[in-house]
Ligand binder design. Sequence first.
Ligand code: UDX
Length: 426
Amino acid sequence: MDICVVGAGYVGLTTSAVLAELGHRVTCVDQNKEKTDLLNQGGIPIYEEGLSSLVKENTQKKRLFFSDQVMIHLSRHPIILIAVGTPPNENGSTNLTFVKNVVQLIAKSMHGHKTIVIKSTVPPGTNEWIIRTLINQGVDRQLFDVVSNPEFLKEGTAVADSLHPHRIVIGAENKQAADRVRSLFKNIDAPVIHTSLTGAELIKYASNAFLAAKISFINEISRICDVYGADIKDVQKGLAADPRINPYFLNAGLGYGGSCFPKDLSALIYSAESKSLDPVLLKAVTQVNETQIDIYLHKLIQHIPEPRNKQITVWGLTFKPDTDDLRDSQSIKLIRQLLQIGCSVHTYDPMADLNSAEVTGHRELYASVRQSDVLIIATEWHQFLEADLEKVKKNMRGNLLLDCRNVLDPARAKKHGFHYVGVGRS
Ligand code: UDX
């Protein structure tokens, strides 16, 4: 099939490459010419395992194209996937400017029937709003279908998640449109969930809110473990053994970050409140996450009562391992607070730099801890797990190790002379 994907971000780029891999002819458009030029020259704007080679292969096979000529391609292709960003507004609501712009362009470029598939995460009611807007712009109702097909990929495993999804959600008004979108993914073996447009929108938000709730739940339990001297790892194991709970998203730590969970939680809270509901549970999930950093800052101050001018090394800047994405990273928020209390901050991350005059970034793991009083592990990169603790300790001035992701074995750290403080296992 001939498909136009709008947006060359994480979702748009991965979806384009995967659809091309499935045998479709895909043109990925983005108004950012720098981005499309880079892609046309064989470069890739983000780090994502396996994506670069998938893009390269499909570009060479002439199944995948990139262009900044959005309008031309919107008018040319019968199937349009909208995968543009939906960032948060100050008040927690969703900024739909990019989606609205694309819808306006589609209204102006209607030649023949179009199936408009919304991949972007949009608040409940947005797909219905798109239909109303196109009709109000004078577009013949017979000339288009709108289908909601949310994306569940995770950064770091985006390609694998897209090729082997746990489910395909299709929200559509009629069976023909739903079948047309199902046939895009016909080589993918996954259960298909057919629903209304708004049902599909809510499945996406509810999924992310549920996963975020699991994280805040385990983080709250880790606080209780701390005060009673229990080990969260034991509690986690006991919980995970119950198949009704399962082991996923039960790692206690600094809290969740990234471009999805914080913004989607805020958007869902906003959507509920705008209909006069009080989503107390969702608000509590957010509140636990927002206060999780304070707990570890407090622990630091308990051990180093005068943190001013102390040299602190933070390992891990990205919001999670295996990505170069710094968006809404808990590590960055922690660093900001460390700077506020006067610490001298040094950082190391395998994939990302902070580019800030206030912190000293290092390109080498062991050099980053030289003369440090404290080492904080903020993101659980595999490299940290395998670090030579003997060497780390020798390079440091102090011995406090705040393992904010519980990646190290406390006994091993103690053996090398560290004062180990973990999450819910101090
Ligand atoms: C998430 C959803 O998983 C994905 O389905 C959706 O499409 C987009 O949002 P992503 O943001 O890429 O994906 O990352 P994810 O792996 O879900 O992690 C989110 C955050 O939760 C990270 O900051 C991670 O460190 C944190 N996390 C995750 C925990 O703190 N504990 C856990 O047990 C799991």
